[in-house]
Design a protein around this ligand. Structure first.
Ligand code: SF4
Ligand code: FES
Length: 248
């Protein structure tokens, strides 16, 4: 395939960025999107040019590092896949592909296609954990009965990889889908109920402090989420939050 890539280049957080056009040839449809970018970078390095910076780690859809806005969609045109799992067969010979970083005030650009998503880490630190007494009087996990439906929903929520596509997809740059997944994975399990009241309040407070917008139920986050995290989690987080406020 022969393609034209329009890639966001920005030297630093302070620099002004712009789209730069790169023609690219000999792209196999079985390549992943990141392998295609590797080919581009090898040719840039061979010419003495600066390669394009982009985030990646596992390249298996697990770590949540890859985060590209491809033709206006977080993780590109395929569904339920991350950028590293996107294949070039989703594009046609002669296509122009616009590649930008995720856009949100709370995700400032560091360089080119790399954004700072540490806001998500701070939301996690605010309450996305359970405290367990490991001093010796522990209860065997198998002795705690959990309804199958709750276990399944908690597991589904826990598949959120923190990629940030939900924020990039949202017209309000809301982090409600991410935060609600992290709240839900504990709210549904007895181990998570101990700190449930403070967890939801602290995580929502941090989410607001980071400058994410509010949810207006558009649902773009759910459509673009590579892990199929359901909007149901946002409804659960709202109920948890209201319940916590009423408890004072
Ligand atoms: S909810 Fe989905 S889109 Fe948002 S961070 Fe988690 S996995 Fe990514
Ligand atoms: S590189 Fe890890 S999810 Fe894409």
């Amino acid at each position: 395939m022969k393609l034209t890539l329009q890639i966001w280049r920005q030297e630093s957080a302070q620099a002004k960025g712009k789209l730069v056009s790169y023609p690219i040839d000999n792209i196999d449809e079985d390549m992943s999107f990141l392998e295609m970018l590797d080919v581009l970078n090898e040719s840039l390095v061979a010419k003495g040019d600066v390669p394009v910076e982009f985030d990646h780690d596992c390249r298996e859809g697990i770590c949540g590092m890859c985060s590209l806005q491809i033709n206006g969609e977080p993780h590109g045109p395929d569904r339920r896949v991350t950028t590293c799992q996107l294949h070039m067969r989703m594009f046609k010979d002669g296509d122009t592909i616009v590649i930008e970083p995720f856009r949100a005030k709370a995700f400032p650009v560091i360089k080119d296609l790399v954004v700072d998503r540490s806001a998500f880490d701070r939301i996690q630190h605010a309450g996305g954990y359970i405290s367990v007494n490991t001093s010796g009087k522990t209860t065997d996990a198998n002795a705690i009965l959990i309804p199958k439906e709750n276990a399944d929903k908690a597991m589904d929520a826990a598949t959120c990889i923190g990629c940030g596509a939900c924020v990039a997809a949202c017209k309000n740059a809301s982090a409600m889908l991410f935060t609600s997944a992290k709240v839900s994975q504990y709210a549904l399990l007895p181990q998570g109920r101990v700190e449930a009241t403070t967890r939801v309040q602290n995580m929502v407070r941090q989410m607001d402090l980071e400058g994410f917008g509010n949810c207006t139920n558009t649902g773009a986050c759910e459509v673009e989420c590579p892990k199929g995290i359901s909007l149901e989690n946002i409804a659960r987080m709202n109920r948890e939050f209201l319940g916590a406020k009423l408890k004072g």
